[in-house]
Write a protein that binds this ligand. Structure first.
Ligand code: HEM
Ligand code: NAG
Ligand code: NAG
Ligand code: NAG
Length: 511
């Protein structure tokens, strides 16, 4: 256990009790919501610690609509937002910023100079430079690397037991390998075992489900970020892992940058990886070697588990829906009969990926705080406790809100009355999903939207297309008897077995 961490947190708790005394008025009192089960924890345990993600939240969505009020720790009001227009407004504008421990962890793990932690002009500058490696054209060039990674999975599966194989580590190895080769021109082997091990450990860090963490989370907003940066020098496992990860990434980053610069000086041919692309583009003079090194931890960590868990949930759904699996395989076999496979031209494959991304967003909820007074517009009116209809919600600076991404993707008025079911055919009936929330992919917000939209969304989609194509072409997937895998919230949405492990055991046999 992280005793020193919690000890400081609680010492700090005393000093921040002041916050409770000077608590500001809440402008969202009149918005309806469920009664709070406790002053200390509010609804946080029901929202974040339910055995299966959404046990309570999706009930609240049905009962109170797409905007409602919850209580968090110490009786604070929290606005839950699943309304498409409201989400669009919050994600695309500048009135809200990431909050709480989420904000602290982003700063500590990815670094204050990373694109995800930066703001305003600095964010735009980094984003423009990095973008050259993530355009549609750039991503298409990574396809052979993704295919090679998928083949490695196939070979490994041939040597795994058919009765029950955990597909998850195979997927994370492939997604880490893809990032490493496509973006940094380096194989996993060259990164070294310790780097790989530390990056897996870093991903596990925020996955604690202790009740006390809910209280510590509140401190994220109440203690300055400087406090946490100093705290990283403490000898706890968490901070040690963060320090080690940061040290190793900087070392490896420096080495890669040096090699690339040498190659460029000697006029050697450059590759298609992110580094080479940035140095060959017209943004080259706007970004330094240090800037790039500062993005490496983020890029290594952001795309690995997210893509792997999404594919894992997809395979679980295939195992549960054998008829659909057969149809998908037939489409894949047809495509194999043609001269060249174009993944984008496969209706079932893409409907399947969209449906998986809809039901299993890697970040199902995300906390934000208003940094100015503002008014949130709504697509669907709400009725307040005083019977008033509202199409706009005024909020004051300091108001906490939660972006309810998973709930938005289940709002019945947008996705239909079967919105909680896995049904890829909804994407094929020619139905246009009417929604005001503009995400980069299929009107979904799993990659969020606005200026901080996931930079790697095309990278992730192509990789998912390739992996699923290859896996389904060669293997058939069935559920393992007696194993129940459920989506659970551990800072990300993760597949968890009945024995509490992060794993996706499947019965996998050669076609
Ligand atoms: C299914 C897979 C993925 C999902 C669901 C996903 C989701 C997200 C989300 C929700 C954010 C916004 C986080 C926030 O602002 O709080 C984000 C940001 C980001 N993602 Fe992804 N991601 C995926 C794959 C990838 C991949 C493969 C890469 C790169 C190789 C990547 C790189 C990034 C980067 C660099 C950012 C920060 C962008 C910025 O702040 O401007 N992601 N992602
Ligand atoms: C998002 O914000 C930008 C800049 O303020 C604006 O130009 C754009 O129209 C907005 N997009 C949407 C869909 O609201
Ligand atoms: C994943 O990669 C690591 C390091 O290369 C290797 O030791 C491990 O066996 C791989 N696991 C699977 C399931 O492929
Ligand atoms: C997977 O299936 C495809 C199409 O049938 C085939 O070309 C390929 O060789 C298979 N891969 C492996 C590793 O068996």
């Amino acid at each position: 256990m992280e005793l020193p961490l919690y000890a400081i947190a609680f010492a700090a708790l005393t000093s921040v009790a002041v916050h409770l005394l000077f608590r500001q008025r809440s402008s969202i009192r009149q918005i309806v919501g469920p009664p709070s089960p406790s002053w200390l924890f509010g609804h946080t345990l029901q929202l974040r610690l339910s055995p299966q993600y959404g046990d309570h939240e999706f009930q609240w969505l049905k009962q109170f609509g797409s905007v409602y009020r919850l209580k968090t720790c110490f009786g604070q009001d929290q606005l839950m937002v699943a309304d498409p227009l409201a989400l669009q407004y919050i994600l695309n504008g500048s009135a809200f910023e990431r909050s709480g421990m989420l904000n602290v962890m982003v700063d500590l793990i990815f670094g204050e100079k990373s694109v995800v932690a930066s703001k305003g002009n600095e964010h735009r500058r980094l984003r423009a430079a990095l973008n050259v490696g993530f355009t549609a054209t750039a991503v298409r060039r990574y396809q052979p690397i993704f295919e090679k990674m998928a083949e490695t999975i196939l070979e490994q599966l041939d040597n795994s037991p058919a009765v029950s194989t955990d597909i998850f580590p195979h997927l994370t190895n492939a997604t880490l390998g893809a990032i490493s080769e496509a973006l940094f021109g380096t194989s996993i082997k060259d990164l070294g075992d310790e780097f790989v091990e530390t990056s897996f450990q870093t991903i596990e860090l925020s996955a604690s489900r202790f009740k006390i963490k809910a209280l510590v989370d509140t401190l994220g907003d109440w203690l300055p970020i400087r406090f946490w940066r100093v705290a990283t020098h403490l000898p706890t496992t968490t901070f040690r892992t963060i320090r080690r990860g940061s040290y190793l990434t900087n070392q490896i980053g420096r080495q890669i940058v040096r090699e690339r610069l040498d190659a460029a000086r000697q006029g050697l041919e450059m590759n298609d990886d992110l580094f080479s692309l940035m140095w060959n583009s017209d943004v080259a003079d706007k970004i330094s070697g240090d800037d790039i090194i500062a993005q490496m931890r983020l890029i290594f960590l952001a795309g690995q588990d997210t893509t792997a868990t999404t594919v894992a949930f997809g395979l679980l759904e295939l195992a549960r829906n054998p008829t659909f699996q057969e149809k998908l395989r037939a489409e894949i076999q047809d495509a194999l009969g043609t001269s060249a496979v174009t993944y984008d031209g496969m209706p079932l494959l893409n409907a399947f990926i969209k449906e998986t991304v809809r039901l299993y967003p890697a970040l199902p909820i995300s906390d934000r705080i208003a940094v100015q007074d503002t008014t949130i517009p709504l697509a669907d009116q709400i009725i307040t406790s005083t019977g008033e209809r509202m199409s706009h919600i005024p909020v004051l600076k300091g108001q906490h809100i939660t972006l309810c991404i998973a709930a938005y993707q289940r709002v019945e008025s947008r996705w239909g009355t079967d919105s909680h079911e896995f049904n890829p055919f909804r994407w094929l009936d020619g139905a246009e999903f009417r929604t005001e929330a503009v995400g980069p992919y299929a009107n979904l917000l799993s990659f969020f939207g606005g200026p901080h939209t996931c930079l790697g969304w095309r990278f992730a989609v192509l990789q998912m297309q390739v992996i699923i194509f290859q896996l389904v072409a060669n293997f058939s997937f069935a559920q393992v008897e007696g194993e129940l895998v459920q989506p659970r919230f551990l800072s990300n949405l993760l597949p968890i077995t009945s024995s509490g492990e992060k794993a996706v055991p499947l019965s996998i046999t050669r076609i």
